[in-house]
Design a protein around this ligand. Structure first.
Ligand code: ADP
Ligand code: MG
Length: 686
């Protein structure tokens, strides 16, 4: 164990109590501390002029105190200390709140160095709660100093001290990871020095260089790990070869629609891959409604025709059941046994399914997470498909495929990730993209409105229903909440069913209902016995009812762009003109911008790019839904250029097999193991 793995509590001056607090910041080991990036820096190298400071700028000023400080008590508990100061350019007021003791430290006529955030308004310039010290002839301030993200019970001063001690004690343990030729090529400095520069940069330029160097290293390690995983899949694991069966074309001809060119292209990629003995690992990405399901069905059919079993996993029971029904319909009159598995089936039903699955009597199984439980065993699993893969982690995807001996794997998702990023995030997968919607789809019309339009919206919905269409109404909550001013599905259901929609069939659907209720409501909606489905986001992904043409989203401000796009994707799945109405009750700039984006495009890729811009990558990738290890320094969006060069280097490294054994790469191999094993424990390299 290297010193870097030492628990933070053993850093001098930390101890168990502070260690506990540091844990809240995710800082558990010395290494975490060394890598804890400051969230900002204070630059006290240069003395600025008051007149030149812009609002909210943090700067160092040299000022003369003009008058005795004055203390006012505008109300109980609030005491304001003010003092007039000036420099060569302007007059300003220093202001402190509840810090009376500073009064005697400011002597009229003397000069001080003052550091703080500038406020400027019609009353002049103010600096609130500034730090200051007497001027002694020269600027002795430490140059650029770090400002850390903090947690209760730890001040920036303490954090700075912890960092300093940790660097003094452990920086020597930091080893260079990058191979020498790469360090030379990019002019990199020693890794220890780069870490030091991150906390105490010599200049803003050296900070950027050090940060970029560490980001490069991190991304190179990530890329190598992913490439390595991909290579393991392609070479080491050989599965069954399942060449395209002669019945496949006939099956496609008998479909009630013709496949789009994009679907044909993706299908031929899949068929070619299935035909090879090596294991397939393929991501099928296509916007909502692009027709991914049928691709999965055909692939499963081909597996069965080759004597194998196939499995399809979906993130919600509603979606799993929908797939089950599509499969039953598709293989109607054929000698193919399709089964369904979910956590909510009766024990008896489940046991029967499990038994037949293990015996190999079931050809195709569809289900929820229930499919990856340990007791699920297959007889000869040849193909494992995960639908809406972004809802699962890498590990879950791998758990399903572990149920067979290197079965082929397809994961499907509509989460539109910019292509470059997809390649990186899913670096261990091949990618097929369905970049075309089936013909005859009309652009969904999207409107953003506020509460005042409600009556008109309901009239519009009634009219559409009279024309034979159906509608979804989505609410953010199930039940009424006292805390939030947000409409709940239950509330709205009761209200609308007994008023504007009392002539229509209205149903309620939410995640807390039991499976049987949910299923029967979805079936009724599908069969048009229900006109209006009032629901929570349980219908967010995958649900397919082509006759539905209206999606009304209440409190749309509470949903992210990607989610709104998924919800909108529930309509516009047939030939009818569809409408998406977003009721936005927020007047913040962010929510208005979101609504504007939703109105301006139906293109999932464009929306995801905007989403990234608005939310920032932290949140976009925040939940680790994409299953990649967490990065400390690098940022997958902002560092796209660094990422590209890291990717280039990674490819040239793996092309030369010797990296697996060469000593020059031993540190990098160790880093890969660490990055992947700590968080995802799925690849351990030799
Ligand atoms: P998603 O890609 O969102 O999973 P689905 O697979 O649920 O989309 O397909 C959406 C709808 O489009 C379904 O009703 C499906 O039957 C239909 N569909 C799929 N492919 C075609 C096609 N080539 N032509 C016409 N309709 C299609
Ligand atoms: Mg789907």
């Amino acid at each position: 164990m290297s010193g870097l793995d030492t628990s933070v509590q053993y850093i001098k001056g930390v101890g168990p109590k502070k260690a506990y607090r540091l844990k809240r910041l995710g800082l558990e080991r010395v290494e975490d501390i060394l890598y804890y990036l400051p969230k900002d820096y204070e630059d006290k190298r240069k003395i600025s002029l008051l007149a030149e400071g812009r609002y909210d700028d943090r700067n160092l000023y040299k000022v003369t105190v003009k008058s005795s400080p004055s203390l006012t008590k505008p109300r109980r508990g609030l005491r304001i200390l003010k003092v007039q100061v000036e420099d060569d350019s302007a007059v300003a007021q220093l202001v402190w709140f509840n810090q009376d003791y500073l009064r005697d430290r400011l002597i009229p006529g003397r000069e001080y160095l003052v550091y703080g955030k500038l406020k400027k308004d019609s009353f002049g310039i103010q600096i609130h709660n500034s730090e200051f010290k007497p001027w002694d002839g020269k600027n002795t301030s430490q140059g650029i100093t770090p400002v850390y993200g903090l947690t209760e019970g730890i001040t920036n001063k303490e954090m700075t001290k912890i960092l300093k001690t940790a660097m003094d004690e452990y920086l020597q343990d930091v080893k260079n990871v990058l191979p020498r030729d790469i360090s030379l090529k990019y002019n990199f400095i020693e890794k220890k020095e780069a870490i030091k520069q991150i906390h105490y940069p010599n200049s803003p330029e050296s900070l950027i260089e050090a940060r970029n160097q560490l980001a490069f290293e991190e991304l190179l390690v990530l890329q190598l790990g992913l490439l390595r995983l991909k290579k393991t899949n392609a070479t080491n694991k050989s599965g069954v070869s399942m060449p395209k069966h002669e019945y496949i074309d006939r099956f496609i001809e008998n479909l009630e629609f013709e496949l789009t060119d994009a679907q044909k292209k993706v299908l031929s990629e899949i068929m070619a891959n299935m035909g090879r003995e090596s294991q397939m690992n393929r991501l099928v990405q296509g916007d909502v409604g692009s027709g991914k399901t049928i691709i999965g069905i055909i692939a499963m059919y081909n597996a069965v025709l080759n004597g194998q079993q196939a499995a399809m996993m979906a993130p919600t029971e509603i979606l799993a059941l929908q797939h089950y029904e599509s499969l039953v319909k598709a293989f109607n009159n054929m000698d193919i046994k399709v089964a369904f598995l979910s956590g909510n089936q009766t024990k008896k039903d489940k046991e029967l399914v499990l038994l037949e699955l293990a015996k190999g009597k079931i050809d195709i199984i569809v289900g929820t997470h229930a499919l990856i439980q340990t007791k699920v065993a297959f007889n000869r699993l040849g193909l494992a498909i995960t639908d809406e893969q972004h809802r699962f982690g890498v590990r879950q995807r791998l758990t399903l495929s572990d149920k067979g001996v290197s079965p082929d794997v397809i994961v499907m998702t509509a989460t539109p990730i910019p292509r470059t990023l997809a390649l990186i995030l899913y670096g261990d997968l091949d990618i097929s993209i369905i970049d075309e919607l089936p013909p005859g789809r009309q652009e969904i019309k999207t409107y953003a409105v506020d509460n005042s339009m409600e009556e008109r919206i309901y009239k519009f919905i009634s009219k559409q229903i009279e024309e034979g269409r159906q509608a979804y109404i989505v609410c953010p909550l199930i039940e009424e909440s006292e805390k939030l001013e947000v409409i709940s599905a239950e509330e709205l259901y009761v209200r609308l069913k007994n008023s504007v929609f009392n002539d229509h069939e209205v149903a309620l659907l939410h995640g807390r209902m039991n499976q049987r209720e949910k299923d029967s409501i979805m079936i009724e909606f599908k069969n048009r016995r229900v006109d209006i489905l009032i629901s929570t986001t349980v219908i967010e992904v995958g649900v397919n009812v082509p006759n539905a043409s209206i999606m009304l989203i209440m409190n749309a401000e509470r949903f992210g762009l990607a989610q709104l796009h998924q919800l909108r994707g529930r309509v516009g799945r047939g030939g009818y003109q569809s409408h998406c109405i977003l009721v936005n009750n927020s007047s913040t700039k962010l929510s208005r911008e979101r609504m504007r984006i939703m109105q301006s495009t139906n293109d999932g890729f464009k929306i995801s790019e905007k989403d990234l811009e608005l939310r920032g990558p932290g949140e976009f990738f925040g939940t680790r839904q994409h299953g990649i290890p967490e990065l400390r320094i690098a940022n997958l969006i902002r560092d796209i250029d660094i990422l590209k060069s890291a990717q280039k280097e990674a490819i040239s490294i793996v092309n030369n097999e010797s990296w697996i054994t060469n000593d020059e790469y031993s540190s990098i191999r160790e880093s890969i193991n660490k990055l992947f094993s700590a968080k995802t424990d799925e690849i351990i390299l030799n």
